[in-house]
Design a protein around this ligand. Structure first.
Ligand code: SF4
Length: 343
């Protein structure tokens, strides 16, 4: 059965018309789903019992089981582990910033991109998430915390561009003004650099921010830590970044996981200045989360601070990502791995 949350407003209207229901019912149902986050058709109390029954016979209504919530004593970050209807697990992380509540969500169960510093990819890709399963991460967290989510980053388990259609459907659904009405400007989609997806996203007419996981400034070095670099060169990536800016007016930000002894030298700084400077791109430095299986470590704090200062001296807008939730299973994919006993 199709999940009703998966339907755009127009699709819902069409399906209701096929059931001989009045068009205004679409507004009522859409509002129950995307503003009041109901978990059962029977909660849609302004619909007749007959229509509720018809809906439940024709559609499913995905609700994730909340398997575990870890709360950081240090900063209140909450990490959620959801059990999906087929028994798979995904994670979402809720962080509180001065500008509001931010939620990092997953787009796939596992990932096939194989980045060397990442725990999410260790068991490979299991399956894509549907847009409804992405929405449900947001809505479950709102139900649990009682607070609205102000911004979303698609930077959890999975590569959104490898699940392109559902990722875009998710964005269209959550930004619909008749539903959750989140501004596209408050959504960040991250990509490890699947060039065709980035080029396609540039043409979608969505005002979302693109965060490119760059992590190295030469093809040679990038290939050592990111298999995707075997398929797309940095030059091709930068062409896609330029197209994204040209079409959307949104500057792409570069994510840069700092790994001790791998990409933390002056030469790397010079490369970042070359790539980010002329494009006015923001650089977000992420001291890599230690993942035992990968044997990668973050550089000393002084190296991280020096790296940032040297970038800033060259006119690059750089930040160090707040290390949230280090006292819980901080690295993306670690909590899921514990529950799945993955290799
Ligand atoms: S960093 Fe992202 S793209 Fe790379 S393996 Fe991990 S989840 Fe996949």
């Amino acid at each position: 059965m199709k999940d009703i949350k998966e339907l755009t407003f127009e699709e819902l209207k069409t399906e209701l018309a096929a059931m001989d229901e009045k068009p205004f019912r679409a507004g009522q149902i859409f509002s129950w789903l995307h503003k009041r986050f109901v978990t059962d058709f029977d909660q849609m109390t302004d619909l007749s019992i007959g229509l509720r029954k018809k809906l439940s016979e024709n559609y499913s209504l995905t609700v994730h089981e909340l398997e575990e919530v870890q709360v950081s004593k240090a900063d209140g970050t909450r990490k959620y582990l959801f059990k999906l209807c087929d028994g798979e697990f995904v994670e979402a992380v809720r962080m509180i910033y001065h500008h509001g509540v931010s939620l990092c969500i997953s787009s796939q169960v596992g990932c096939r991109q194989g980045c060397r510093f990442c725990a999410s990819t260790l068991g490979g890709l299991v399956r894509n998430l549907t847009a409804a399963e992405m929405l449900e991460q947001v809505y479950s967290v709102i139900r649990e915390s009682g607070e609205r989510v102000d911004s979303i980053v698609m930077m959890g388990i999975g590569e959104p561009m490898d699940n392109y259609d559902e990722a875009v459907r998710f964005v269209r659904l959550i930004t619909d003004e008749r539903g959750y009405d989140l501004s596209g400007r408050n959504i960040t989609i991250s990509s490890c650099g699947l060039v065709p997806g980035i080029r396609k996203l540039a043409e979608e007419g969505l005002k979302v921010t693109l965060a490119l996981s760059l992590h190295a400034v030469s093809d040679e070095k990038r290939k050592k830590i990111m298999p995707v670099a075997e398929r797309f060169t940095i030059e091709e990536l930068m062409d896609a970044v330029d197209l994204y800016f040209e079409k959307t007016g949104r500057r792409v930000s570069f994510e840069y996981a700092l790994i001790a002894g791998v990409n933390d030298t002056d030469e790397d700084i010079a490369g970042l200045v070359r790539l980010a400077g002329s494009r006015g791109c923001h650089v977000n430095l992420i001291p890599v989360n230690p993942v035992t299986e990968r044997g990668m470590k973050e550089p000393d704090r002084t190296v991280v601070l020096n790296f940032k200062n040297k970038l800033e001296k060259k006119g690059i807008n750089a930040t160090i990502r707040r290390e949230m939730g280090r006292d819980i299973d901080g690295a993306c994919g670690q909590l899921r791995r514990k529950h799945r006993e993955l290799p």
